[in-house]
Write a protein that binds this ligand. Sequence first.
Ligand code: MF3
Ligand code: CO
Length: 285
Amino acid sequence: MFHKRMNRWRVPKGAELTEMDKKILYYQNKGCLVPTRKLIKTPEQIEGIRRSGVINTGVLDLVEENIHAGMSTAEIDKMVYDYTVSHGAIPAPLNYEGFPKSVCTSINEVVCHGIPSEDEILEEGDIINVDVSTILDGYYSDASRMFIIGKTTPEKEKLVRVAKECLQVGMEAAKPYCFVGDIGNAIEKHARKNGFSIVRDLCGHGVGLEFHEEPDVEHFGKKSTGMLLVPGMVFTIEPMVNMGTWEVFIDEEDGWTVVTEDELPSAQWEHTFLMTDNGLEILTH
Ligand code: MF3
Ligand code: CO
């Protein structure tokens, strides 16, 4: 039985070691999980992802301006599709592993991967996550926001706020040459402190050249565990915060919709980030 081999940081024969090589080799020799070279984006790739992110943000801004009680989630899907293609891009979810629509719309107890539908009408008091992902010239970006439809309960308002804070707290925990676990640790602490739980079955991810790349970015865990994060890496942080239990199930009928086990509400915010020498830069602002 073979284990999945740990990534190996390779330096071309004869090449002089850069400061980055030295740091990565130091952690590799300690047995830490390190990135492969492919996960460190070139300046050209970063520019491509940045341009993709601009369109992705445009989509979310458009949704923010137009979302209202009485509209269907299919109308959101149409807005996303039309804006994206008219800007020369492709909605990444469309046909991704069989996903049938251009965007994920996840209302109340739906954690993520909700499928837009004509029959699903937004109601006063709903909280909804709209998760938008864009491919431009082969470069991927990925971000989501929560929207409160009209006025909701103080509990749901708090959930939406704390989920946003969790993203912020995770972002601040991410320093160059930290580990994925440092981010997750900070996020889970913040959720717990507020009486909420963190979904464990879904995580953030590397992104840019593909929709989902290494590393897995878990939103819980121990400091100094998981992959080493070095400048040039691009990944999402997207904590899913539940009012009740962290446990979830997948709707059997559609095979996609992720729902909280206790059917209490869930909230999520997501950005695509670039690790720089000074910490994270948001590419989906
Ligand atoms: N946008 C989701 C993420 O943040 C992935 C959605 S996959 C889809 O990773 F197929 F449901 F679109
Ligand atoms: Co994502």
